[in-house]
Ligand binder design. Structure first.
Ligand SMILES: Nc1ncnc2c1ncn2[C@@H]1O[C@H](COP(=O)(O)OP(=O)(O)OP(=O)(O)O)[C@@H](O)[C@H]1O
Length: 472
């Protein structure tokens, strides 16, 4: 089995098959059951396992608890990490997943974080369209609403000197029902760096680290991360919503850690053309550009003399729609203008999240809304609910527990994974109010039960539509 294609939701077995034999809730720390009824397990990321729970207060609320994997012996949770988590608790925005509670179990130490629960994420939504051959792809209104909300959340983070650094479809959560139906919740910010220390390198875990959303300045060796890199990732996500496939889908070179990611850069250059020092003066100081200029220039003929972004988006999205007519790209002028500003090579020229919200694209009809699923009183698509893996016989008062190993999604096949980029997050200064909320600590000497293998079914394959051969 090609480990690059292995979903990170699966703990590798000798034969590469997922394990379904272990109790999916075995990894729930005992101290959590004092406060929550654990319903089922919704997934596993690089750093932890996520459970769906109900609070035991009245009325019960549904939350997602992320329980972080125990670190190697001797690895504690640093005060810096705790401070950062506490800062995350202060974030309040409609489009940022809210960190409800922090449970720190000192003896291990182990940590569980409680967030708003969101039934969908953009990765699964895109997969749904791709797999079901929904044709056409996402509705224009849905694309606009999701992007508008994502940018709104981003501008809030950036205004507070926080950068996400790991934006990708699987981190774009979307609420399924209730008052906040169709609402984007940016998830997973900041936590990757906090948990990077105790874990083995991602490659040891057989996890693919996606670089598809990584900005060119980072690929070319820039040391400093700026909010513009989040906007690049958001631009890639906008393109992916239209095309149902990642715009720049390169393979990552895993080592050394600072390796020049030639293939990923190549994918970008083949669509946008080569960057130039005249339009991006800092380029000549970027180490990977400097060290590889000759090689890059030697392949010049492979790259278009000017950006082909508009054509590529039109081609890809027509392929995704199957019929050659994708309503989401009908307003091509404004859409491609916004996209090309979000995907500007020079980070200083790249549009900010705040300015992007003012772009003509969002002013043209249909204008974006707070509920990305519902337009003019009509539910546009009923997305399948998350795959959840519950224990037979667990009880829950609200809503009914998902049956064992079920989900509404089609049975899974292996796919390029939902991938993670190692990330850090918080800028040095913030406009946030001082931290007021307290961490709940648990000092009873209960260790984490031994972690169990994830039993999440494999996602289906990420079928690539037929591509323009020179874009391969
Ligand atoms: N607040 C939430 N509500 C519902 N599901 C969630 C929530 N947060 C995370 N999940 C789901 O739990 C699973 C694991 O999430 P997690 O954030 O740990 O990993 P990831 O984003 O997929 O990858 P990584 O952390 O490695 O970048 C995913 O399916 C994710 O969509």
């Amino acid at each position: 089995m090609n480990t690059q294609n292995r979903s990170k939701y699966l703990v590798p077995q000798n034969d590469g098959a997922p394990s379904t034999s272990q109790d999916p809730l075995a990894a729930v720390p005992a101290y959590l059951s004092e406060r929550y009824t654990v319903l089922d397990r919704v997934g596993e990321g690089t750093y932890g396992v996520v459970f769906r729970v109900l609070t035991k207060d009245q009325p019960p609320r549904m939350l997602a608890i992320k329980t972080f994997k125990p670190g190697k012996e001797g690895d504690g949770i640093s005060p810096t990490a705790i401070r950062e988590i506490m800062l995350l608790r202060e974030l309040r925005h409609d489009n940022i997943v809210h960190l409800e509670a922090v449970h720190l179990h000192r003896p291990d130490p182990s940590l569980s974080l409680a967030f708003d629960y969101a039934e969908h994420d953009l990765y699964e939504m895109l997969r749904f369209h791709r797999e079901r051959g929904m044709g056409p792809v996402l509705e224009t209104y849905t694309v606009k609403s999701l992007m508008w909300q994502l940018l709104d959340g981003l501008q809030y983070l950036h205004a507070n000197w926080i950068m996400h650094r790991d934006l990708k479809p699987s981190n774009i959560l979307v609420v399924g029902e209730g008052e906040e139906q169709g609402r984007v919740k940016i998830g997973d910010f900041g936590l990757a760096r906090i948990y990077a220390c105790p874990l083995r390198p991602l490659s040891d875990n057989g996890v693919v680290v996606t670089i598809w959303y990584r900005a060119p300045e980072l690929l070319l060796g820039a040391r400093h991360y700026t909010p513009a890199a989040d906007v690049w990732a958001a631009g890639c996500i906008l393109a992916e919503m239209l095309a149902l496939r990642p715009l720049f889908q390169g393979n990552e070179r895993k080592s050394p850690a600072s390796a020049f990611q030639a293939e990923q850069c190549n994918k970008i250059f083949r669509v946008l053309g080569l960057p130039t020092v005249s339009s991006w003066p800092a380029l000549e100081h970027l180490p990977h550009w400097r060290d590889n200029t000759e090689n890059i220039r030697a392949q010049k003929l492979e790259y278009p003399p000017k950006s082909r972004l508009a054509e590529v988006i039109a081609e890809y999205s027509a392929l995704a729609a199957g019929s050659g007519a994708n309503p989401a790209v009908q307003q091509r002028g404004a859409l491609t203008d916004l996209l090309s500003r979000m995907l500007a090579y020079n980070p200083e020229d790249r549009i900010s999240a705040a300015d992007a919200l003012e772009h003509l694209y969002f002013k043209e009809e249909p204008q974006p809304g707070k509920n990305a699923f519902m337009h003019n009183g009509r539910l546009l698509v009923q997305y399948p609910r998350r795959c959840k893996i519950g224990p037979a016989g667990a009880t829950a008062s609200m809503p009914p527990r998902a049956p064992l190993n079920t989900c509404d999604a089609p049975q899974a096949r292996l796919a390029p994974s939902r991938n993670a980029t190692p990330a850090g997050v918080l800028g040095a200064e913030r406009k946030l109010t001082p931290v007021s909320a307290a961490v709940t600590t648990h000092t009873t000497p209960q260790g984490l039960p031994p972690g169990s293998a994830s039993t999440r079914p494999r996602p289906p394959s990420n079928k690539r539509p037929h591509l323009d051969p020179w874009l391969r």
